[in-house]
Design a protein around this ligand. Structure first.
Ligand code: HEM
Length: 108
């Protein structure tokens, strides 16, 4: 089974690299790795929700947040593909806002 916490830790590593990247090639590589880790996290059930029904409020909030996070990663990837590195990094910075919002909602 997918360990959401491990996938989140991988996301954290990639996110730090993304925010240090200065060129489109590195940014693309690290955003792609971040996306893969986010898709993995999305496919799992967080440790504190394993006993909850799939339609519980927390599980739905987790699903909603991961969908938004991946959509926001895709916004940054698209700008990177267009060579708009500062714009891509500005959009990537918003991933942290989503993290803070959903970690707070889910008490993690
Ligand atoms: C770039 C964005 C994000 C990063 C870097 C990130 C990072 C992390 C890290 C490092 C942990 C582990 C905390 C620990 O050490 O115990 C964690 C846990 C967790 N995060 Fe995130 N997170 C992000 C976005 C999100 C979003 C959007 C959600 C909800 C939709 C979320 C939900 C959770 C949950 C539920 C856990 C607990 C997992 C478990 O214990 O099984 N995170 N996150």
């Amino acid at each position: 089974a997918v360990d959401v916490e491990d996938a989140m830790k991988d996301m954290s590593k990639s996110y730090r690299l993304v925010m240090k990247d200065a060129d489109a090639a590195s940014l693309k590589k690290d955003l792609t790795t971040l996306r893969a880790a986010a898709v993995e996290a999305q496919s799992g059930v967080p440790g504190n929700m394993k006993k909850q029904a799939p339609d519980s409020t927390d599980r739905k909030t987790f699903a909603e947040g991961m969908k938004k996070l991946i959509a926001q990663i895709d916004v940054a990837i698209k700008l990177t593909d267009e060579g708009k590195v500062p714009e891509a990094k500005a959009e990537a910075a918003k991933l942290k806002d989503l993290m803070n919002e959903y970690h707070a909602k889910l008490g993690v």
